[in-house]
Design a protein. Structure first.
Length: 452
């Protein structure tokens, strides 16, 4: 059973007393829990709609503040929550900007908690007190950031900033210990590997039509074959992001020359010409380990306003653990850029801005929605762990066929700088917290462990 009610501290109650609304009278309660802490209690009932707890219980359970949260009753235990820990790295000594440049993003994420009915805090590996099962978490309110002592959470939402950080020994050990020793669901762990995702999706017959031909063998012979079949190809890192390290290669048959577009180390867009692929690779990819790269079929993209267009689609799981499309936007390429990323001069538009014809807008929207939900389910099926959100980069060719370029487990949020995508920005954050409510309920109902 689940309910969303205000929880308040009442000084006049005896140490072990709680006062429960009559609406919950049919469920016996002998103890009350918050996160991993539990306390024996003596319940009584009243006609109001608020749960009152004694000052002793309020302090023993380390409740951070009075608020409206979910109540779950399971086997005589009244669980309060969810208590959601957001795991990240890069903390500073400043209480004003505890997570540096990412402080604004996390303040927006944590401010969603009251809309959903949850307690949310930010923590890193060094904030855990393993001996007493508590954490020094960062919480956000109208008054700004504060540090509070809280129990271990019901659920952890992984927001590590990059792959390099994720591989840090202390961080990986922390995740493993909390999952194995405390059976705490940890959602959105890890970053997707492009080749791994491609191989798993190739298993699904319904998804193969969305996949450009891709190879993890970057050889001269393989590149020549791809260039004979397609108008151009991409060479991209398996673990790249933000369009960095992507090379677009074209063979001009009339000239007998190879052209490559890429962004150099100074983040400048470059176009170079070579007489052979050997010279091209030896120049622009000198000293790079090609085993970490893919070759991918180039897709002649739909064009608008003399710019190539691709699409970002966000999917999230909702409060019932079901996938839904939470945001959709078009990205127009910058001048001379390999990609449509904003850091390469790209421009974000809503689909209604891009497609003036309503029928065309509906057609594109429906195709992107169908593809993103189908692929979300497939990734969820074939990858281990709890996945709560995915960011897709889709292309669409001139025949309006949809192509999957990339799936991201921790999608960037640059599209939400667009003023007309503010509601989608709020929705994606809200759904992440709602999915944590769902995981909390599943954990309480299945204390021996839940399947992803």
């Amino acid at each position: 059973m689940k309910a969303l009610l205000p929880v308040k501290c009442k000084d006049s109650l005896k140490d072990d007393a709680i006062l429960i609304p009559d609406a919950l009278k049919d469920r016996p309660v002998s103890s009350i829990a918050f996160g991993t802490l539990q306390y024996a209690c003596t319940p009584s009932y009243h006609a109001g709609g608020t749960l009152y707890v004694s000052k002793k219980i309020y302090e023993e359970l380390l409740l951070p503040y009075e608020g409206k949260i979910h109540l779950f009753v399971q086997e005589d235990v009244l669980h309060l929550g969810p208590l959601i820990g957001i795991f990240t790295a890069g903390f500073t000594n400043s209480i004003v900007r505890p997570i540096g440049e990412r402080t604004l993003f996390f303040s927006k994420l944590l401010s969603t908690e009251k809309k959903v009915g949850a307690y949310v805090f930010l923590f890193g590996a060094n904030h855990i007190n393993w001996e007493d099962g508590t954490m020094e978490g960062y919480m956000f309110s109208d008054k700004g950031w504060s540090r509070k002592k809280v129990p271990f959470p019901h659920v952890v939402y992984d927001r590590l900033p990059n792959r390099r950080t994720e591989k840090h020994k202390l961080l990986s050990e922390t995740r493993e210990k909390m999952q194995k020793d405390y059976a705490i669901p940890w959602f959105n762990p890890g970053f997707f590997n492009k080749w791994d995702i491609h191989q798993k999706l190739m298993i699904e017959e319904s998804i193969v039509p969305y996949l450009p031909e891709t190879s993890n063998k970057v050889t001269i012979e393989k590149m020549e074959r791809f260039l004979s079949d397609y108008p151009f190809i991409y060479v991209k890192p398996m673990n790249g992001s933000l369009g960095l390290g992507v090379y677009k290669i074209i063979y001009n048959r009339e000239e007998g020359h190879y052209y490559v577009r890429y962004k150099n180390e100074d983040l400048q867009n470059k176009l170079m010409r070579f007489s052979s692929l050997e010279t091209l690779l030896g120049t622009v990819m000198k000293n790079k380990d090609l085993s970490g790269y893919l070759i991918q079929q180039g897709i002649p993209l739909l064009k608008k306003d003399d710019s190539h267009v691709d699409f970002r689609v966000h999917t999230n799981k909702d409060e019932n653990g079901k996938w839904m499309v939470s945001a959709m936007a078009a990205k127009l390429s910058g001048k001379g850029s390999v990609t449509t990323h904003m850091n390469s001069g790209g421009l974000v538009k809503t689909l209604s801005e891009l497609f003036q014809d309503e029928a065309e807008q509906t057609e594109v929207t429906d195709k992107l929605r169908r593809a993103s939900l189908l692929i979300s389910d497939a990734i969820d099926t074939h990858l281990p762990g709890f996945i709560g959100e995915i960011g897709f980069d889709f292309g669409m060719d001139r025949d309006k066929r949809v192509w999957l370029f990339e799936a991201n487990s921790k999608p960037g949020r640059s599209i939400f700088y667009h003023p007309k995508l503010r509601n989608e920005d709020i929705l994606t954050r809200k759904l992440s917290i709602e999915y944590a409510v769902y995981l909390t309920e599943q954990t309480i109902q299945h204390p021996d462990g839940i399947l992803s």
